[in-house]
Ligand binder design. Structure first.
Ligand code: AMP
Ligand code: GLY
Length: 427
């Protein structure tokens, strides 16, 4: 098969690595990819958001399967454009991607589906949003409704912070057009897990759960980021809880997608908080998590292409996935200022050294997230730069191995959390 993978981050590097290892994959194109993926397929210089160009390329090349990594092309309707050309695409239609791309829609959807989610409401005017905050006494969370690369959420300590957050998002537009509307909801407490499930429109297949580390700073301090590290599996999501999540969240999600006649064939990501009142859904994403996918795929032993085709052909009920029982862990190496500065203000082009020495260590795998080649050298090209992943007989060993590999890598301003996985099992 000829496969086209869309995206350029660490998640896509991990996907490219798995896809390329499939006996079904004869040729892999990656648009636009990154230098880490160059040995896995043909890099195509088309940006992930260039829907028409991607659809044209896929048509011209007679692509058999397109795998869409990031949320933006999904929200822009890439799956719809490919389907029109009779090209099989892994990833939901534009309507399905709204589960992630429009938090106001998503909140309403969850309510209709009876899915347990923090109490809250969507607002399209600042006046109504401010009035709502003033009417509440409980701690609140203010979320930009649109896509904001995982950063559009402000967890507020008190109503004054919540009022500020509404103004910053809706008036000052700190998250751009994503802040044209907001969702304001009660602030809950509890550990978080990321649960991914393949979906074929009729059936869901739950993947092993992972835990992300969303805050920039150690001990979960500082602003939210796209994710600073992850591990898989997440022992917090016990078998009992998993069954409950399947019954109370995933099955109603499937039913409600069908009721809305939404064509959803791909992967859904449920961001769950395990509260005293049971698991609550903080968000749905319409794609694989980043960085959760990196440790997840390190453990996947089955053919991912077969599983993706089963989603598209609505044959997921015939799939059984095999997992390496060993846990895996991923440490994100980020550029100076990531988490605090807007992406366009982060210094790029900083030379990176030591990747080969790190990758040579046993049970270690490095995925590129934001890298580029400049004058024949590997340099930084984004906020999250590299994902250092390792497998271990237990989580402690996976951690030790990943951090030993991190030690070998250097670029000026490199920052990372030193506490990834330290709380595995206790949340
Ligand atoms: P989201 O993009 O909606 O998953 O939010 C990003 C992060 O903000 C989550 O992973 C949580 O850490 C935090 N968060 C979101 N909603 C809530 C909430 N209702 N209560 C507490 N924390 C939240
Ligand atoms: N790691 C969080 C996300 O992928 O949304």
């Amino acid at each position: 098969m000829k496969i086209l993978l869309i995206g350029s981050g660490g998640r896509e590097h991990a996907l490219a690595w798995k896809i390329q290892s499939s006996p079904l994959c004869e040729r892999l194109f990656i648009a636009p990819g990154n230098p880490g993926m160059a040995s896995l397929g043909d890099l195509v210089p088309i940006q992930a958001n260039a829907i028409d160009e991607l659809a044209r390329f896929a048509g011209d090349q007679k692509i058999d399967l397109a795998v869409i990594g990031p949320e933006v092309p999904l929200a822009l309707g890439l799956t719809d454009a490919l389907t029109e050309k009779k090209i099989s695409a892994f990833g939901p239609s534009r309507a399905g991607a709204m589960l992630e791309a429009d938090k106001v829609f998503s909140k309403k959807f969850m309510r209709q589906a009876g899915i347990s989610t923090p109490e809250g409401r969507g607002f399209t005017t600042m006046r109504d949003a401010l009035a709502y905050v003033e009417s509440r006494t409980e701690p609140l969370v203010v979320k930009a409704a649109g896509l904001a690369r995982g950063k559009g959420v402000v967890v507020c300590r008190d109503p004054v912070e919540a009022l500020d957050a509404v103004r910053n998002i809706m008036e000052k537009k700190i998250f751009g057009a994503a802040g044209d509307a907001v969702v304001i909801e009660e602030r809950l407490v509890g550990p978080e897990v990321s649960l991914l499930a393949f979906i074929d429109g009729r059936t869901a297949y739950l993947l092993d759960a992972a835990q992300d580390h969303k805050r920039i700073g150690e001990n979960d301090t500082g602003p939210n980021t796209g994710g600073m590290g992850a591990f898989c599996p997440a022992p917090l999501l016990t078998e009992d809880l998993l069954r409950r999540v399947e019954r109370e969240i995933i099955v109603p999600l499937l039913d409600t997608l069908t009721r809305h006649e939404i064509d959803y064939r791909g992967v859904v990501y449920a961001g769950l908080m395990l509260t005293a009142g049971g698991p609550k859904t903080l968000e749905f994403n319409c794609r694989f998590g980043d960085p959760e996918t990196q440790p997840l795929l390190l453990r996947l032993q089955s053919d991912i292409v077969q599983a993706m085709l089963a989603c598209i052909q609505r044959k997921l009920d015939r799939v059984t996935l095999r997992w390496d029982p060993r846990p895996a862990l991923c440490v994100v190496l980020a550029s100076e200022g990531y988490g605090y500065k807007p992406d366009d203000q982060i210094t790029k082009g900083v030379p990176i050294t030591g990747i080969d020495q790190a990758a040579a260590l046993d049970h270690v795998r490095i995925f590129h997230a934001g890298t580029a080649m400049k004058d024949g050298r590997l340099v930084t090209a984004g906020g999250r730069v590299l994902n250092v992943c390792a497998l271990g007989d237990d989580m402690a060993q996976a951690r030790t191995r990943a951090y030993a590999a991190v030690e070998k890598i250097h670029f000026a301003g490199m920052q990372y959390r030193r506490d990834i996985g330290t709380r595995a099992g206790i949340g």
